[in-house]
Design a protein around this ligand. Structure first.
Ligand code: PEP
Ligand code: MN
Length: 340
C-alpha cells in the first residue's frame, strides 16, 4: 500500500501517519520528493485497512498496490534514483561506463586494463575475483588475491571498482575491497543474498537472470530496498531465447519498460548478452538509445589469451573507439557521463 501525502503536508502530519503504521506493526518506507512525500507501507493488509489512514490529517490518497513490488516502483518514488559511488554517479541523467576484464588474472593484466579504460573515459572499473562458471573445471577466479589487485588498480586510476559477490558468506570481505557489489545473473533470485545486501550499506549492481521476467527482476530488487539499502543499479545482460547465434538475447524492450516502471538506474551489458566482440559496440549504442543509464563492457588487454570470456571482450583499443562512438547517443536524453 502507498500513502500519498498532500503537497505541503507538515512533518508532524507525516510523523503521525508513520507512528500509526508502526503501532499497527507495519513498516513505513518514506520517499521524500520535491513535491510530495509518499509512504510505502509493508505489513498485514487487513490491519492496515482498519487504520483508516485516508482520514488522517495531511493524507491525500491511499493506493492499494497489486504488483509484488512497491519500493522500487515509480509510483513510490517518481524521481530517478542516483547511485553515487566514490566520485562517480549513475542515474538521473548520469551515465555509467563500467569496463574491465571478465576475470582478474594478474597484476599486469589488471593494471593494463584499468589504465586503458580510465584513459578512454570509463566511469567505473570491473573485474571478477569469484567467477560463476558453467563448468566446475573452468578457471574460478583468483579470489581474495584478485580482489586486492582490483582494489589497487582502482586506486591507481581513481575509478570505483565493481566485482561480483558469488557467495553471501563472503559479503563483508568483498565489500571491504569493492565499491559496488555485483549480483550475477545466476544469483538474481538468491533471496538470502538479496536480503543480506539489503542490510548492508553498499551499492549493488543486480543483473537480470537469464530467465527472470521483468517483474521477477523488480521483485528481486525489492528485497534489497526492503532491507533499507536503496543504492541498486539494474543490469539487463541478455536472456535465454531460442536464438543460438548470440550467447543470449539483449532484451532492449526490458530496458525501456524498466525505465518507466522503476526509478532505479538501468544499464546494459552487451558483452554477456551477445557473447561476440563484433556486436558489442552497436548494442551499447542501442542500449543507450533505449534509455539505459549506462553500459557494462568486458575489456581485456589481450583477449585471445583471456582465461574467461575472451571472444566477447574488446581490446583496449576497441574500447577507446567504442567510447568515442557513443558521443552522439550520450546526449539524446540530455544525459552525460557520470564522473564527478
Ligand atoms: C560477469 O559480469 O562477470 C558475469 C558473470 O555476468 P553474468 O552474471 O551476467 O553472467
Ligand atoms: Mn564474463
Amino acid at each position: 500500500m502507498l500513502v500519498i501525502m498532500r503537497d505541503r503536508a507538515t512533518q508532524a502530519e507525516i510523523d503521525h501517519v508513520v507512528a500509526n503504521l508502526k503501532e499497527a506493526g507495519a513498516e513505513a518506507h518514506l520517499s521524500v520528493g520535491e513535491e510530495k512525500t509518499i509512504i510505502g507501507v509493508i505489513g498485514d493488509r487487513g490491519i492496515i485497512y482498519n487504520l483508516d489512514l485516508e482520514g488522517l490529517p495531511g493524507v491525500e490518497q491511499v493506493i492499494r498496490v497489486l504488483k509484488p513490488y512497491k519500493l522500487v516502483s515509480r509510483d513510490f518514488q517518481p524521481e530517478d534514483t542516483v547511485v553515487a559511488v566514490r566520485g562517480s554517479e549513475v542515474g538521473g541523467g548520469a551515465l555509467a561506463a563500467i569496463a574491465g576484464p571478465c576475470s582478474i588474472e594478474s597484476e599486469e593484466q589488471m593494471v593494463a586494463a584499468a589504465r586503458a579504460v580510465a584513459r578512454a573515459g570509463a566511469t567505473m572499473l570491473r573485474g571478477g575475483a569469484f567467477k560463476p562458471r558453467t563448468s566446475p573445471y573452468a578457471f574460478q577466479g583468483l579470489g581474495l588475491d584478485g580482489l586486492k589487485l582490483l582494489r589497487a588498480a582502482g586506486d591507481e586510476t581513481g575509478l570505483p571498482v565493481v566485482t561480483e559477490l558469488l557467495d553471501v558468506r563472503d559479503a563483508e570481505q568483498v565489500a571491504g575491497h569493492a565499491d559496488v557489489l555485483q549480483v550475477g545473473a545466476r544469483n538474481c533470485q538468491n533471496f538470502m543474498m538479496l536480503e543480506e545486501l539489503g542490510r548492508m550499506d553498499v551499492p549493488v549492481l543486480l543483473k537480470r537472470g537469464p530467465s527472470t521476467t521483468i517483474e521477477e527482476l523488480l521483485s528481486a530488487a525489492e528485497y534489497i530496498l526492503k532491507g533499507g539499502n536503496r543504492a541498486v543499479i539494474l543490469c539487463e545482460r541478455g536472456i535465454r531465447t531460442f536464438e543460438t547465434y548470440t550467447r543470449n538475447t539483449l532484451d532492449l524492450s526490458a530496458v525501456a519498460a524498466l525505465k518507466s516502471l522503476t526509478h532505479l538506474p538501468v544499464i546494459v551489458d552487451p558483452s554477456h548478452a551477445t557473447g561476440r566482440r563484433d556486436l558489442v559496440s552497436r548494442m551499447c549504442r542501442a542500449g543507450l538509445a533505449a534509455g539505459a543509464d549506462g553500459i557494462m563492457v568486458e575489456v581485456h588487454p589481450d583477449p585471445e589469451h583471456a582465461r574467461c570470456d575472451g571472444p566477447q571482450s574488446l581490446t583496449t583499443n576497441e574500447f577507446e573507439l567504442l567510447m568515442a562512438s557513443l558521443d552522439p547517443v550520450v546526449g539524446i536524453e540530455g544525459k552525460s557521463w557520470g564522473s564527478l
